[in-house]
Design a protein around this ligand. Structure first.
Ligand code: COA
Length: 221
């Protein structure tokens, strides 16, 4: 198992570039929606706008990195979002000229606006697990599961009332179910149509088939 892996939170600024390098080779290249729209040209090539989202998230100081002998082998990028910040992000995304980036983020943000967990649970800020990523050489050892568990723990310790994950991959969905998170919402990619073509905007390879949004509500102790 992951006994020789260190899990560190928060991620210090001197590790940001190593985390980004890890993400360019993994999440940026492999996450199902990024794959569907060919967001990046090649493994490691990166994407400036996605990197800006990641950097913003890192600066919230809620993210967790998995290190093996000092090497970044995984991370959970976690951030805090208020309803006002969500509305602002939606406005910016609709003004976005990069269609690939816009198609992914507008779908995620629209679904979050529609289910409105802020009103449902009467919360001002939500702790969001935005990115889960593990180096291919270290997969299947439970690292993502630990990253998710520690993220939930971090949310609770920091006094958030609600923890949330937008799970775009069948594997992250399986992990959320295994942690008994609450399924708040699901859409099938086949039902999410590109407004320009009228065809599904995302056609990922199996086993990925839809977006699921999961939550954990922390009751007052
Ligand atoms: C998703 C990801 C983070 C999982 O990391 P991981 O450390 O290998 O996951 P874990 O070892 O904690 O596995 C968790 C569960 O998923 C299962 N799993 C892991 N990889 C799998 C695969 N390729 N196919 C099917 N199941 C898989 C494990 O068997 C385990 O299930 P179990 O608890 O029922 O035994 C990793 O595959 C990844 O970085 N993918 C690319 C980026 C991405 O798509 N991120 C998620 C988007 S929200």
């Amino acid at each position: 198992m992951s006994s020789n892996i260190d899990f560190v939170c928060p991620i210090e600024a001197d590790l940001y570039e190593a985390v980004m390098e890890h993400l360019r080779l993994t999440f940026f290249w492999e996450e199902p929606l990024n794959v569907c729209v060919s967001l990046c040209e090649a493994p490691g090539s990166g994407h400036p706008k996605l990197e800006a989202v990641c950097l913003d998230t890192l600066q919230d100081g809620l993210s967790i990195v998995a290190l093996s002998d000092g090497k970044v082998v995984g991370c959970a990028l976690n951030g805090s979002q208020s309803r006002q910040q969500l509305d602002e992000a939606i406005k910016q995304t609709y003004a976005e000229t990069d269609k690939k980036f816009r198609s992914i983020f507008s779908m995620l943000y629209d679904n979050n606006r529609d289910i409105d967990l802020y009103t449902k649970y009467d919360v001002h800020d939500i702790f969001e697990c935005r990115i889960l990523s593990v180096d291919p050489d270290y997969r299947g050892k439970g690292i993502a599961r630990i990253l998710l568990d520690q993220s939930i723990q971090e949310a609770r310790l920091r006094g958030f009332k609600l923890f949330k994950v937008d799970a775009t991959s069948a594997i992250s969905q399986r992990i959320c179910r295994s942690r008994s998170l609450t399924l708040e919402h699901e859409i099938l990619y086949a039902d999410h149509l590109d407004p320009d073509t009228g065809k599904p905007a995302f056609v990922p390879p199996p086993p990925h088939y839809g977006l699921q949004i999961y939550s954990r509500l922390f009751e007052k102790e």
